[in-house]
Design a protein around this ligand. Structure first.
Ligand SMILES: [Zn+2]
Length: 407
């Protein structure tokens, strides 16, 4: 048995290392979802995964983890992986031509995976809530009416995207375009807009009407004047990430004085997902002191397949306690883990967040692929399961047929 184990480790060092990391992730595991304000595991909500998502867990988890990279970390991770795979390909034995081909294969593969992250149709996790009186909301999402929305990404697509992930309603907040359509299926889409004014994006939620944006350009006091006009329209005013933190950090008390109704504290857009924990704590403190909303925003433009955040909204609730922001630990870590480490820390964060069913799926795939690669073949033949049938004849033991032991 010992010899068989050593044999397997020598033949499949990568498989063994990967299985080890999957199991190590269980030892240092993160909860699947947390409350972004308290950090606690929400007892009344659960992340459920379709069967196909779990069966394809290595693909599902990797594409999700890539979706949850901040812009800086995405650039660093893709560059490091492309360089490392290229170097490994070039270092393998073979003719110069073969080595150049192998060196190119890695970066091309990384590009293909990155494209799959934004475009490949696939099953997605869904937030399930046990309390039927609450609403799972998204406060900030785009259609192709936005200049940077995905081509052909309609309000109907947006509704389907949200429904699949457990949302019971979503506001539609296109850039400087009022959404007034009435759509009830598969979930109600609610009217809103995202106004670009002086170095800030303002989310207006409710019965929005056109505004003259020029009146709110030029400086911060003029920009803050928009809040009163939006209140006259009867809409809520939410300050969007990353702009309020990047450009108006010193003026947030003025935002409060001007009547802001809330602040985003999690936003899934790559330029905003890296909001650091200490900064988030400051904003949560400000919102708590003034009884303001804190919200999460998918800020989806039709590219990513998964949301990084959900809002559990209490009906008739007001202010700080009216809304809970439910997100994933890997999302909250984006602002704290350094960009240069992303090639290693992002996979590690992913493995720490797996459920046991996902871990079992990973281990099964590792085992199946190792067995596939162990299948004996005659010289010149490529790996293939068909060879298994041809080479193990009745009465012949697997060992006699040259099949290595699998513990
Ligand atoms: Zn937006």
């Amino acid at each position: 048995m010992r010899i068989l184990g050593v044999n397997f480790a020598r033949r499949h060092p990568l498989a063994l290392a990967l299985a080890g990391v999957v199991l190590a992730g269980a030892l240092w595991s993160h909860p699947t979802i947390v409350d972004a304000v308290t950090g606690a595991v929400p007892g009344d909500t659960e992340l459920t995964r379709p069967l196909l998502y779990t069966v394809l867990a290595p693909l599902s988890n990797v594409l999700d983890a890539l979706t949850f990279l901040s812009l800086g970390r995405a650039q660093a991770a893709l560059a490091v992986w492309a360089f490392a795979l290229g170097a490994i390909g070039a270092a393998r034995r073979g003719t110069p031509r073969l080595r150049v081909g192998r060196a190119l294969l890695g970066p091309i593969g990384i590009l293909a995976v990155a494209s799959a992250t934004v475009a490949l149709p696939r099953p997605v996790p869904r937030l399930a809530v046990s309390d039927s009186s609450v609403t799972v909301l998204n406060y900030h999402a785009h259609t192709n009416a936005s200049h940077d929305g995905r081509k052909g990404w309609t309000a109907e697509d947006l509704g389907e995207w949200h429904a699949a992930q457990g949302f019971s309603a979503s506001y539609v907040t296109d850039h400087n375009v009022v959404f007034t359509r009435r759509l009830e299926r598969p979930i109600p889409l609610l009217p809103g807009a995202e106004w670009s004014v002086y170095r800030q994006h303002i989310i207006a939620l409710g019965p929005v009407r056109e505004i003259d944006r020029e009146r709110y350009q030029g400086d911060t006091p003029r920009m803050l004047g928009l809040f009163a006009e939006l209140h006259r329209q009867g809409t809520l005013v939410i300050a969007s990430l990353p702009e309020y933190w990047r450009n108006h950090r010193e003026s947030l008390d003025a935002f409060v004085a001007a009547g802001v109704d809330g602040f985003e504290i999690v936003n899934c857009a790559p330029k905003a997902i890296g909001f650091a924990a200490p900064d988030r704590r400051d904003v949560i403190g400000l919102a708590a002191r003034h009884d303001l909303l804190v919200t999460g925003a998918s800020d989806n433009h039709g590219w990513g397949k998964v949301t990084c955040v959900w809002n559990v909204s209490v009906p008739g609730g007001h202010g700080f306690r009216a809304n809970r922001v439910i997100t994933r630990p890997i999302v909250l870590a984006q602002g704290d883990a350094p960009a240069w480490s992303a090639a290693v820390t992002q996979p590690w964060l992913m493995f720490r967040s797996l459920s046991w069913s996902e871990r079992v799926s990973w281990l099964t795939w590792i085992l199946v692929l190792s067995i596939y690669r162990s299948v004996p073949r005659r010289q010149g033949q490529r790996a293939g399961l068909g060879i298994l049938a041809r080479s193990i004849t009745p009465g012949e033991s697997p060992r006699a047929a040259g099949r290595p032991g699998v513990p």
